[in-house]
Design a protein around this ligand. Structure first.
Ligand SMILES: CC(C)(COP(=O)(O)OP(=O)(O)OC[C@H]1O[C@@H](n2cnc3c(N)ncnc32)[C@H](O)[C@@H]1OP(=O)(O)O)[C@@H](O)C(=O)NCCC(=O)NCCS
Length: 186
């Protein structure tokens, strides 16, 4: 039998999941971006001011509180922001990887992008449509592709990941690195 904590990482606590599920459909399909933000907040996602969230965004399905979205960020439709990866748990009984995701202020997540657990997206960064983001995205950069790579940097931009410190100060949390196995934070 698997350790309870690992199962908890894979599936979350029953009550928290039930609570989150209650608001899932309106969070996905409410007819206004402000309403979708409100419902994702109710699910437990940490969301700053003036954030826009498109239709059918899967954001922290099991542990929504591990997703942190700073002010003025835009998450466009059909994006997926993952806080856990249980693929090897189901196929090989291995531990579940869990990690907080931080999306910096004024960042833009293009339509259909997938952001993996433990990733930090810097402020004013752009993630291209349909990108697969597995590593941190520097502030003011444009990344695209599968896996996403920097395709552009805006001139006069902040040093890479400068926004991280600002974000972490406003939203104090443990380190953003991907957490695996016994190091998992709940
Ligand atoms: C990422 C993006 C902003 C880049 O736009 P741009 O500055 O005009 O960049 P370019 O078109 O000059 O592309 C630069 C390079 O990145 C590649 N690229 C751009 N967008 C890409 C994407 N989504 N996936 C994969 N590669 C991409 C281009 O092929 C090009 O590669 P090359 O230099 O080898 O030819 C844009 O392509 C994009 O995806 N925008 C998001 C649109 C969106 O989702 N809107 C939401 C509507 S609700």
């Amino acid at each position: 039998m698997k350790p309870a904590s690992n199962q908890h990482r894979a599936k979350g606590s029953f009550w928290r999941r039930a609570w989150s599920t209650l608001f899932l459909l309106p969070a996905w399909f409410a007819p206004h971006k402000c309403l979708r933000v409100v419902f994702h907040r109710l699910r437990g996602v940490e969301i700053g001011h003036n954030v826009e969230i498109g239709y059918y965004c899967i954001i922290g399905h099991v542990h929504p509180s591990r997703i942190h979205i700073a002010d003025h960020a835009v998450i466009t439709a059909n994006s997926v922001i993952l806080e856990h990866d249980n693929s090897y748990y189901y196929t090989h009984g291995q531990d579940v990887a869990v990690g907080d995701v931080y999306i910096g202020d004024h960042a833009f997540i293009g339509i259909g992008a997938v952001v993996m657990p433990g990733v930090f997206i810097g402020s004013h960064a752009v993630v291209g449509a349909l990108s697969f983001v597995k590593s941190n995205v520097p502030a003011y950069s444009v990344v695209a592709g599968q896996p996403a790579r920097v395709v552009k940097r805006f001139p006069g931009s902040a040093p890479p990941l400068e926004g991280h410190a600002v974000f972490a100060t406003r939203h104090p949390r443990p380190s953003t690195s991907q957490v695996v196995a016994s190091g998992g934070r709940e």
